[in-house]
Design a protein around this ligand. Structure first.
Ligand SMILES: *Cc1c(COP(=O)(O)O)cnc(C)c1O
Length: 357
């Protein structure tokens, strides 16, 4: 069988999304919440699960869960919502609905890698405008120029941005919202750790879509994302969504967790520990660290690959970004873990950079 005869060339050229084996490692690579729930909460959850009819299809519209998410995430009245199997699936739905006719997507670089990967898969032309070098701020003149030149169907702005951790200037984003001919998706995967959100601006802009996820607040295993926007566009996306895309165990568990699990306290703890870790990293010679509004920190060292390898040898898995974009030369990304995990990471890093200059 000649596989390559039948597979599209752009798919053959892709590499599958790589997930490293993290067994037996302190896992600080994927922006997960490191905390689970206490025994009484777990017991209650299991009781709820036992009553769940897995022999039946789930609620196709996940009505109860959607209501809870709208409440938890303070989605304004008048905005419609759609759920995805993770926000990754929402990005895919948006592109599937808009691909064709030369429609393009525009975003910033470096940013979330799935925008480019899904553009390739869905056959949309992808354009990335480089962030400013020093502080990863948005280059507004270049971005507005790209909007005029390319008239993208979709603009993606990760807010805070992954992997740089910063929020972009609010007035710059408002300029983009007014200049865009197509839709502007503000991807607020890290909203729970940030000072500012665009969700309350939904009634003001008919081309604004705000995307959220439960992954970073402690429910990464469930795969649930939410997109909020004007009812007419959400209704079109509903036609692209696969029926029953949110399975019943995820629906029941997310509903339970949003009502009963200490997600908000855990998030507050992570924000506190992020500031602590940031302060300690600024003290390390040979390490540069950027302020973050997310649950991770971006660092630059002198020899990122070596530092990454040696941390891994010592049982600590973070993310090596070296080679992924010119602005991320010798950069590493570390997720904020439990205080003791952060301390182990710091201790190991301190020793490694002391030996490698
Ligand atoms: C993690 C992340 C997502 C993906 O979230 P899922 O809901 O787990 O698919 C989306 N956008 C950004 C910017 C992220 O960092």
């Amino acid at each position: 069988m000649n596989v390559s005869q039948w597979i599209r060339p752009e798919i053959r050229d892709l590499s599958a999304y790589h997930v490293p084996d993290a067994q037996h490692l302190i896992k600080l690579d994927a922006m997960e919440n490191p905390y689970h729930w206490d025994e009484p909460t777990l017991k209650l959850w299991l009781q709820t699960m036992a009553k769940t009819a897995v022999n039946r299809y789930p609620d196709a519209h996940a009505i109860e869960l959607k209501q809870q998410l709208k409440k938890s995430m303070v989605v304004p009245e008048g905005s419609a919502t759609i759920l995805g199997n993770g926000s990754d699936e929402l990005i895919q739905m948006l592109m599937l609905a808009m691909a064709g006719d030369g429609h393009k997507i525009l975003t910033l670089e470096p940013s979330f890698v799935m925008y480019k990967m899904l553009a390739t898969i869905t056959g949309m032309e992808y354009l990335g405008i480089s962030l400013n070098q020093q502080d990863f701020s948005l280059n507004l003149p270049a971005f507005l120029q790209a909007i005029e030149q390319h008239q993208p169907a979709l603009i993606f702005l990760a807010y805070p941005n992954n992997p740089t951790g910063n929020l972009f200037d609010v007035s710059a984003i408002e300029r983009i919202l007014r200049a865009a001919h197509g839709f502007v998706v503000i991807d607020e995967a890290y909203a729970a750790f940030a000072d500012h959100s665009f969700i309350d601006k939904l009634p003001l802009y008919s081309n604004l879509l705000v995307m959220r996820t439960v992954s970073k607040i402690g429910l990464a295993g469930l795969r649930i994302g939410l997109l909020a926007g004007a009812p007419d566009v959400i209704a079109e996306l509903e036609k692209v969504r696969l029926p029953y895309n949110i399975n019943v165990l995820s629906q029941v568990t997310a509903l339970f967790a949003l009502q009963q699990a200490p997600l908000a306290q855990q998030t507050a703890q992570i924000c506190h520990d992020r500031q602590q870790l940031f302060a300690e990293l600024t003290q390390l010679r040979g390490v540069a660290v950027w302020p973050s509004q997310a649950n991770f920190l971006l660092l630059r060292v002198n020899h990122a690959q070596q530092v990454f390898n040696q941390l891994k040898q010592q049982g600590i898995l973070i993310k090596n970004l070296h080679g992924s974009h010119p602005l991320l030369d010798n950069c590493l990304r570390v997720t904020v873990g439990k205080p003791e995990e952060n301390q182990q990471f710091l201790t190991a890093l301190r020793e490694i950079v002391a030996n490698h200059g």
